[in-house]
Design a protein around this ligand. Structure first.
Ligand code: 6LW
Length: 532
């Protein structure tokens, strides 16, 4: 018996779904308002994962326009059937399902025979079933079952606001049309049953559900049926399968998918958070919800997850895994294509960058939307996966008007971010190039420092568990010269709950070039981006 470290997918990567094809494991996680959508990871041991691509890379597959934070693509399911890979999901262009029944999206799937090539994923086939957390299950008799979560339809007017329940129907794969009326097969005392996955094993159908909501009450249930995915269902005597409490180092665990390993050992992936401890208090995780691995064994035709014990950072595993110190990462923009792991907020409307205009640089041609608008700004983001870490870039930008700015940002969502960037200030008829620090809205004042009229500027964000510190250094200065720090934001402020949506995602670092209702006519050249 070896050991391994959770999370196995760090940085925001919730709602993991996993399959094995031969000796290869593939996993997809939720991508929300970010594009491309549905990141696909590959592994041979379930522990060490590599991002290999995305299923939703074209506007015809995913057109996210003005979502609330946490809208967009929710829990994706990945399945493999008759040599074809399927990814099944939905997209909230807004996101207020529990408040407004009119915004329930339809589910859809995309498919490919070659998971290694993003361009081969099909356009979506939409289902006639609404909701989120879609799952497809192929039964031996050829019937295909679609399940999803939406509000219990016949709820009492006095009942809770949510009442999210699992509904299942049969569906025609070609057209996505339902061939039976959806039937509610699971509601939860907690008011939330979601994240359904259906399987058949040794003559039993199994239904896995995430219950209690994705916060402190989150947990996983299983039921089984001898007859059919429509039921009747028998609840496992040992539900919930385990529980991480709000005192544990990993919390809010649930939303599982299971897979049989190469050696016959079963495993589950679930989501969980690594909250930050401040004194005696647990605080919101900057990494958002990440993916964890836990062992599963079968007893009397019931699955036992991690022997019913909480999921921990250090776990017993199938073999020894030396944790690689992946604490540095750098993109020097020498490739003509974007390296994997860069994300846009929303689906970009048009191309606003070049990796060849100035070789060795990422050049941004900023659009007319600022970072605080729900539309798609010229912004490229990467997930923060660890701390303490320094994020750095070097920028050349010569603005000619005052309503444009290019720089770097620590990003929670469009209601909460802090940036440091190059702009222009008019002072008594004189234009001065400046570096400006912008704090999250309603949290302090912006700070400006005059810099040389030309030359590259190094922009830096120091990420520690307690704060984000933003500063700059003029490149013409000695390399060893200290950064001039312009502002520092407490992590608690950076991870605050937006009034709309939920913090479903995690912290990201970004490069931007934006104009306020005017385009940026001067290119912004970024020499590199790095975590170190
Ligand atoms: C996911 C659902 C959930 O689809 O969060 O609270 C959603 N529950 O299961 C987004 O990750």
């Amino acid at each position: 018996m070896g050991s391994y470290i959770n999370p196995i997918l760090s940085g925001f990567n919730p709602d993991p779904s996993v399959i094995r094809v031969g000796e290869d494991f593939f996993c997809v996680t939720s991508s929300f308002e970010y594009f491309p959508g549905a990141p696909i990871y590959h592994s041979n041991d379930l522990i060490k994962w590599t991002l290999i691509g995305h299923a939703l890379t074209r506007k015809s597959q995913l057109d996210i326009k003005t979502p609330e934070p946490g809208g967009g693509v929710w829990a994706t399911t990945i399945r493999h059937h008759d040599g074809v890979f399927y990814i099944i999901t939905n997209c909230f262009d807004r996101y207020r399902p529990q408040v407004d029944d009119r915004v329930w999206p339809r589910g859809f799937y995309v498919k490919t025979a070659n998971i290694w090539d993003d361009s081969t994923w099909s356009d979506p086939v939409y289902f006639d079933q609404v909701g989120f957390d879609f799952d497809l299950f192929w039964d031996d008799d050829g019937l295909l079952y679609l399940s999803s979560t939406y509000r219990k339809v016949d709820r009492e007017p006095t009942s809770r606001l949510k009442d999210f329940a699992i509904h299942v129907s049969t569906v025609d794969l070609e057209t996505g049309s339902l061939t039976s009326t959806p039937k509610m097969i699971r509601e939860s005392k907690s008011g939330i049953a979601e994240g359904s996955h259906l399987f058949k094993l040794n003559g039993f159908y199994y239904l896995f559900t995430a219950e209690g909501g994705t916060e402190g009450g989150h947990c996983e249930y299983v039921s089984r049926s001898r007859e059919s995915p429509f039921g009747p269902w028998e609840m496992a005597p040992h539900n919930p399968l385990w529980r991480n409490t709000t005192d544990d180092e990993i919390q809010n665990t649930g939303h599982c998918d299971i897979v049989e390993g190469v050696e016959g050992q079963w495993w589950a992936l679930c989501l969980g958070v690594r909250p930050r401890k401040e004194g005696e208090k647990w605080r919101t995780s900057v990494f958002g919800r990440e993916s964890m691995l836990l062992p599963v064994r079968w007893e009397n035709d019931w699955p036992i997850f991690n022997d019913g014990k909480p999921v921990t950072l250090q776990m017993q595993g199938p073999r020894m895994y030396e944790l690689e110190e992946i604490k540095t990462w750098k993109d020097d923009f020498t490739s003509e294509e974007f390296t994997l792991g860069w994300y846009r907020k929303n689906t970009p409307v048009k191309k606003d960058y070049s990796l060849i205009a100035r070789p060795g640089y990422l050049t941004l041609y900023g659009g007319s939307y600022t970072l605080s608008m729900p539309t798609s700004p010229t912004l490229f983001l990467r997930k923060q996966q660890y701390w303490p870490v320094t994020w750095e870039t070097r920028l050349q930008f010569q603005p000619k008007t005052t309503r444009v700015e290019s720089g770097t940002v620590v990003w929670w969502n469009y209601t909460c971010f802090a940036s440091v960037g190059i702009a222009l200030r008019e002072d008594g008829g004189q234009s001065q190039r400046i570096v400006r620090y912008t704090p999250p809205s309603n949290h302090g004042k912006s700070v400006e420092k005059v810099i040389a009229q030309d030359g590259e500027v190094t922009l830096r964000i120091d990420c520690t568990p307690n704060s984000y510190r933003l500063g700059f250094r003029e490149a013409r200065n000695d390399d060893n010269e200290d950064c001039i720090w312009l502002g520092e934001v407490n992590t608690e402020i950076m991870t605050r709950n937006p009034e709309i949506g939920q913090p479903f995602t995690g912290m990201m670092m970004g490069l931007y070039s934006v104009g306020e209702l005017q385009p940026v006519l001067e290119p912004a050249h970024f020499a590199y981006a790095e975590f170190r």
